[in-house]
Design a protein around this ligand. Structure first.
Ligand SMILES: [Fe+2]
Ligand SMILES: [Fe+2]
Length: 294
């Protein structure tokens, strides 16, 4: 297959990814609205039986160590908080992509989920340091979705990690996304963008996915959000939670400092906070990972 044919095949695969549930789509949309609360979340969740049972399962799991059983969805959602509910909804809605073994990136099953979850947590924390206000819930959601395109691209990148590693060593390509474009005519950010359009995700989610490695290219108004995601992605990789062969094979655009003025000390604090939040979240999602590895 030449590059044009490969690109067409990738597009076909993107179009074949099943739509996400309307509850998941509505939750993603809600995270971008400035005024929203737990009541709005409950109102979406309670009409989706699968999601409701999943949330009750998580809240009653060992990770939460509650002495009494939680039966009401209102109570469960308020105990879990918005981020966890969005996380549960997305991990179900896009399980096909999140849980698969990323052979094209030489990564284990579940790596994409862990990396996206860690980026989401980092993005929410970093959002708190942005010079112009960045919606933390929106930052979390963008983090959760930013690399979904890899779930599609992976199948088309089998046997390429070694080739890409050499090309990067010889400085033939500036970063991993450029290598993806050279091989397939499309990179994982563009693939994720097209997927998010198919899913009818509202702005700015598609744009955030598309430019997470090139934040300088987005409209000025979205730069604070984009640099938040961009930095969070690198923080997740630096902490050892990447997706395999492309780990840290991207350039950090240091212009983030204009939008997120973090001192070295503060960045260290952010990384510490991310570790703590991530280990809590990972414990909650552990049941899911164990199920996946069975
Ligand atoms: Fe990426
Ligand atoms: Fe990433």
């Amino acid at each position: 297959m030449n590059r044009q044919e490969k690109q067409a095949a990738v597009r076909e695969a993107i179009n074949k990814v099943p739509l996400i549930s309307s509850a998941a789509a509505r939750l993603l949309e809600l995270s971008g609205e400035s005024e929203h609360g737990i009541v709005d979340i409950v109102n979406i969740v309670k009409y989706d039986a699968v999601l409701t049972s999943q949330i009750l399962k998580v809240v009653n799991s060992a990770a939460f160590a509650r002495r009494t059983e939680v039966y009401s969805i209102d109570h469960a959602v308020s105990l879990l908080g918005e981020d966890m509910v969005v996380g549960i909804a997305m991990s179900e809605a896009a399980a096909l992509l999140f849980d698969k073994k990323l052979e094209g990136y030489a990564a284990e099953a579940g790596s994409l989920w862990r990396h996206d979850l860690k980026t989401a947590i980092a993005a929410k924390i970093i959002a708190g340091y942005a010079r112009t206000k960045v919606n933390g819930d929106l930052a979390f959601t963008c983090g959760l979705l930013h690399d979904l395109g890899k779930g599609v691209l992976s199948d088309f990148l089998r046997n390429t990690p070694e080739k890409i590693r050499r090309a990067m060593e010889e400085k033939k390509v500036p970063d991993y996304a450029a290598a993806e474009r050279a091989i397939l005519g499309i990179d994982h950010a563009e693939a994720g963008y097209e997927l998010s359009l198919n899913w009818n995700l509202p702005a700015p989610l598609p744009q955030a996915i598309r430019f997470h490695h090139q934040p300088a290219l987005i409209d000025e108004a979205l730069k604070p959000l984009l640099y938040t995601i961009h930095l969070a992605d690198i923080v997740a990789m630096m902490s050892g939670v990447g997706t395999g062969s492309d780990d840290l094979q991207y350039t950090l655009d240091t212009a983030y400092e204009m939008y997120i003025p973090l001192s070295g000390n503060e960045l260290a604090m952010v990384m510490l906070g991310v570790e703590q939040e991530f280990s809590k979240a990972a414990a909650v999602f552990l049941g899911k990972e164990e199920e996946a590895s069975e």
